[in-house]
Design a protein around this ligand. Sequence first.
Ligand SMILES: Cc1cc2nc3c(=O)[nH]c(=O)nc-3n(C[C@H](O)[C@H](O)[C@H](O)COP(=O)(O)OP(=O)(O)OC[C@H]3O[C@@H](n4cnc5c(N)ncnc54)[C@H](O)[C@@H]3O)c2cc1C
Length: 447
Amino acid sequence: MVKGGWQSMLAGAIASDRLSFELPARRKFSRDFFHFSPVLSRELGHEVADCIVWPTNEEELDDVLSVAVSCRVPITVRGGGTGNYGQAVPLAGGIVVDMSQLNQLLEVQGDTISVQAGAKMGRMEAAARELGKELRIYPSTFQTATIGGFISGGSGGIGSIEWGTVWDGIVRSMTIKTIEEKPRIIRVAGEHVQPYIHNYGVSGIVTELAIALTEKHEWMQWAITFDAYNEALDFGLGLADNQGIKKRLISIHEAEIARYFTTLKLPHDKAVALLEIAQEDGAELLRWVEECGGTVSLRIPSSRYHLGTGVSDHAWNHTTLWARKMDSNMTYLQTRFSPTDYWTQMAALKAAFPECLLHVELMRSKGKLVVSGLPLLRYTTDDRLQMMIDFCQSIGVSVANPHTWRLEFGGRSPELVRLGQLKRQNDPYGLLNPLKLEYSLGPEQAV
Ligand SMILES: Cc1cc2nc3c(=O)[nH]c(=O)nc-3n(C[C@H](O)[C@H](O)[C@H](O)COP(=O)(O)OP(=O)(O)OC[C@H]3O[C@@H](n4cnc5c(N)ncnc54)[C@H](O)[C@@H]3O)c2cc1C
């Protein structure tokens, strides 16, 4: 129901089928996957926008923004709503701008694909593959996540073992709209994209992106099982370093995790490495499996790639999703182990917190191999969770806390100072995604 004031102005600015004031829609589009965290579930579950809009072109987006700016209404941008930190949750009511209809694939030129920000990454990957190319990296949620949401709220995923993270040059350029009476269109390229990456959309609305592609490969999917977790991890680390084998995914799991992967039908008492390996390197992989004492428990031919449920649907934070299907008290941490002392750190973590189940994604960051952990644990209390975070930090394991919505505590943006400056310039009234980056707001800007 339209109440008057800015709500009636908005109803006059955008067609009624692209706007909803109804509570079920407002609830549905005010959520993301924050429920992976019991802390965020408790603290964000009640937050709800005053209305949702689905602009289908830039003019409609401009009309919505014009009402929001003139009436000082908070705006929270939403892509696919698959983020885990409540990034897309409106903490001060107002308007959720759903970008999913601004989704055109504009062009593929050389090794770059240009798209509108609401394009789903699954469509981008399929379009690139038809032209003999593929995305360098994408999250395990690529079929539902948008590229704008991945760059503004994600970090890495399938392909990160070769190409690194969202900060590692996959964004060639971005077009950003500011939140002002006379909005500016900013086009950033090269290093200037950095403060706009993983910033929860607090410093402008991304409307278009140019994303780097690479040559397409035919990928086979594998599950290799081992008697012990350290054997699986050593196998994965050796594979990561093997330049003769092209890979897109190396995801290592403790034996207790395999039982959650019901569709893969793996042995329940074995540690497992989930892999995507270029078809032509299959024989070399098998040699490495034999040398490391592994067993091939699943092999999916490249003709089945991206058809049905694949191994990447069990990697990255999909691992947590499968665990939560069986036990809704399961949650996780995001950690980074030392590249040299990882095994000592993991053993210490297991000894202090036996409930922790080890899950590692091998990836690169700025070219260096990173042992990135998404350990699972059964939630008991906030104190126990905090004790585990403190313990990790005390033994040199860094933690990007997935149990906070605050960018400066949970996010991994290395650009917080520049981001604060951009926030002030591009969003002078502090309307965009309020309270996610509190420190950047002066008293005159608080919503
Ligand atoms: C099961 C599961 C597995 C996951 N696996 C991964 C993974 O492998 N790697 C990974 O990095 N993440 C992962 N995630 C988190 C998430 O799915 C990804 O980061 C995804 O790319 C987010 O895209 P989205 O379109 O859903 O963004 P949303 O959740 O809609 O938004 C994310 C943030 O970006 C902002 N935003 C969205 N669009 C724009 C825009 N156009 N302009 C400005 N700001 C914008 C939003 O305001 C929000 O702050 C996973 C989540 C789940 C639930």
